[in-house]
Design a protein around this ligand. Sequence first.
Ligand code: FMN
Length: 135
Amino acid sequence: MKAAVRYYTKGGNTKKLAEAIADAIGVEAKSVDVPLEEQFDVVFLGNSVYAANIDKEVKDFVTENADRIGCLVNVSSAALIESTYARMSKLCKELGIKIDERNYHCKGQFKFMHKGRPNAEDLEDARKFALDIVK
Ligand SMILES: Cc1cc2nc3c(=O)[nH]c(=O)nc-3n(C[C@H](O)[C@H](O)[C@H](O)COP(=O)(O)O)c2cc1C
């Protein structure tokens, strides 16, 4: 199975998750600034919620790389909301992209909230999650 990892981060939390996943499955985590070089069976996409929405950079990446994403796996962190899965799922439906029902989410540090998250346990959970997807 061919897998890729992309992420968008403002504060570094999503980068940590993406790097843990990439390391677990033996690929390199790259920013959404880097387009997919080819078709991938699975694309792990790390993103977060800012002001109750996913960012334009993330939406642009998904839109511009739609024909190279076999299946999108959503990976997110946030301070308050449950996950960005619902928002990402809506976007994928609009673009005709398959999205895996399994998704990874954990709390992400934001100012005084959730200090140290994602922590070592979150990163370990992310690694296990990714390995289960590509097995
Ligand atoms: C400008 C800004 C706006 C945010 N808005 C929300 C929000 O509306 N809901 C929420 O649950 N978390 C919100 N957060 C928290 C982030 O989703 C959380 O800290 C996430 O882990 C950030 O990931 P990053 O470090 O990769 O950017 C916000 C964070 C920032 C910096």
